[in-house]
Design a protein around this ligand. Sequence first.
Ligand SMILES: O=C(CO)[C@@H](O)[C@H](O)COP(=O)(O)O
Ligand SMILES: [Fe+2]
Length: 237
Amino acid sequence: MASAASILDTLRRLRAGAPQVAPSLLACDFGHVADEVRRVEAAGATVLHLDIMDGHFVPNLSIGVPVVRAVRKLTDLVLDVHLMLDNPAEYVQAFREAGADSITVHAEVLPDARPLLDRIRRLGAAAGLSLNPPTPLEALGPAVDEADMILVMSVMPGFGGQSFDPVALEKLAALRDRPGRGYLLEVDGGVNDETAGPCAAAGADLLVAGTAVFGGDDYQERIATLNAHARSARGGA
Ligand SMILES: O=C(CO)[C@@H](O)[C@H](O)COP(=O)(O)O
Ligand SMILES: [Fe+2]
């Protein structure tokens, strides 16, 4: 399992480098998970996003600790675990022990996220804080300065394949422009060939994409195309 120092170093390199896509496993063929993980790794991904849903915080269920543990055994990709749970504090240790490199929790269920972010970091993972489209940035509170990553949702969480909500772009730009910010910026939901560029231009370093990657036949082409949109919108090649 990667150490806290190496995970934070990876995040620093991601932030310093060009924006890039993190495939979301939610959209994969779960009949062939191992193949799907190997295919996106071979296709050039460095981060794999894993969506954990509890049927309470979001109206859907997905995968849990055993699947994260199984994926960890298959790959050295950075495992970016997005907890859509009412009670994330009860599960962060189990997900870290299963091999999560970063663990993101939602501001909507945490009036003060600082203690949980601190605990995630002491467990050796990077600590992320997320907010849903209707949730204002103010809901992050002082925890915004304690997070290693801020995950801006661009759909209501619970399902893949939804349309991108442009409210995320305003939030990304405001978070990007906060003086002295220490976090990596991530966007999640409805990222595709049209929206990847605007997200990167607004400051997203990591662009979660489920349908736009796993919905294609050629994952290498999908990841390269999304990365190219993001990089050219940021002014790169
Ligand atoms: O957290 C979530 C959904 O709740 C996401 O990570 C989705 O998995 C993104 O899927 P697409 O919108 O890219 O299909
Ligand atoms: Fe997600």
